[in-house]
Design a protein around this ligand. Sequence first.
Ligand code: GLA
Ligand code: ZN
Length: 666
Amino acid sequence: MSFTNQKLHFGAAYYPEHWSEERWSEDIRLMKAAGMTVVRMAEFAWSTLQSGPDNFNFDWLERAIDQLAAKGIDTVLGTPTAAPPAWLVQKYPDLLAVDESGRRVQFGNRCHYCVNSPEFHSASQQIVKAMADRFGDDPHVIGWQIDNEYNRVCYCERCQSLFQQYLQDKFVSLEALNEHWSTSYWSQTYSAWEQIPIPIGPHNPGLMLEFKHFISESYRKFQLMQLDILRPRLKPGVWVTHNFMGWYNGFDHYTLTKDLDLASWDWYVGSGYHDYLQSGAAHDLARGFKRRNFWLMETQPGNVNWSPLNNSLNKGEAHLMAWHAVAHGADAVLYWQWRSAPGGQEQYHGSLIDQSGQPRPFYAEAQQLGGEFKIASEWLAGSVVKTDVAMLNCYDSRWSIGWQRHHHDFDYVAHFNNYYRPLSAGNVNVDIISADEPLDGYKLVVAPSLLILNNKRIAQLKEFVKNGGCLVLTLRCGMKDDYNSLLPSRQPGSLAELAGLEVEEYYALHDPIPVVGDIFNGSSRLWAERLKLLDGNLTIPIARYGVCNGWLDDQAAVAVHQYGKGIVFYIGAYLDEFSQQALINHILLTAGISSIKTPSGIEVRTRVRTNGEELFFVLNHTRAEQTFSWPWPGVELLSGQVRTGEVKLAPYGVAILSKNAGDNPA
Ligand code: GLA
Ligand code: ZN
């Protein structure tokens, strides 16, 4: 089942349980007037749906679904397991999670459960089964969201013994575990599984990595338990998702998304304003979870309430952000939330309807979007983002680096974005995928800080380059194995053959140092690697360090190597923005990838329709009017006008342009 989008959905999170039923018809009228096609409901409604062990009350939810459906609004249902109710917690106090300091967490702030509690599991099974029995074949329930933003880590004794069991299943013998973790170091040797702790703070790197795997597996099992109940009860075509949190790093998202039909995520700016070069990566990350379009299940309608400073987005900014998400592969945009609840922890959060029941000023902006989605929906249904460029993401590498940063400012995602941003500035579509995915079909693969290497990865990368691919390896590549143990070779491990070099030494930098290259003249910050060229004249240095700490003076910083039919760049420096852009432009040329030059702040993205036609999104991320020259006559979808030459974009303006067959970019 492919779950292809039939339309572009627009909606909000709706909590009818916060209001008396007389109000619903007015809410639904306003939703309809805003052009909404979908709401998400019930993901925190456990206490309303089940007021005691055998007291279910689903009638209100059915009435809400029906009333919405009568106005053509579909429903996504959340399983309410992120909010186990008070009666359940009272009955099984032990289902509350335990925090790092050994304290039980308090009821009432959601996600207070221990994900491995058997009592919590049975109660979850009961409510999910009852909901699925009741609504699984409801024609107006088009999808399900399991739980809400998994994030809790539990340190209870049960979790500890399950962790020990997990380790036993994985390593089989303690000798193997001791060996992989080098436990003779600081006398960490284990002689019984029960001795192994859950790491609190810095600990043995192997132990820390396995605990992350254990958390990922615990959530996967919990999710699978719900999926197994839902799937047989849902009518064909109804999908199941979970709403993830972008670059959140609490678990391996590839493990968690494996079993789902669809990926979705919640995008909040928090304080400040939207930075499209960065948020594009978070969308592409979500699209890469299932390697297909995703839902933006929640986004901010103005301001949030949880940041130190909850400024509102500028007028027009959220509207543009919605199109930016669609341009990167979103098939739905839902605001969080429809209306402010009178009580509860989120009274100050942005919404479309305020406490008085009247539309906020933002409602008009949402309404504009709803109208546009309706127009664009037919064009965009089934369209996808296509690209020749992949960036490889690896949670294990990210965690390992995060725990041993070596320079306190070194951040895996920031370094990743240092590669994403110049690609994005050139308007190059990028897939962000797991480092374990096959690489067929790509021309250029960028692997930022792929610290953890294993045979599968080595074989895939080798194959890719041999067959003519262009591979970019960067600093902190190929240093460790799957157990977070140092490889018995210099960086980049077995990729040295591909790169035609090895890393003789790595340095955390106190201050930026000069890097002088054929293509740029700039600097490296935070990190620098001294490269030893191995393959005679075939490894060509294209940049060297200037005079700095003595060790790096005049040493190779960036090198390029031909391997098979392909080519490998190794970048040992953490380049400044300008140099990085120049280098990436050069790499794009080498790999034969075309970029689109636009003024700063103007983004161009493409989605390809089922008939092969490309649609171009031109997005003005600035607050000034911009003109952009459009090389061929094309219809602008939202206005229905034919545009060519100078296209004017209002502040935060959007144009979606078709490309008529036969017309070529200049
Ligand atoms: C998260 C949650 C929502 C809500 C918003 C507020 O994304 O999923 O329930 O709390 O944050 O920003
Ligand atoms: Zn626990």
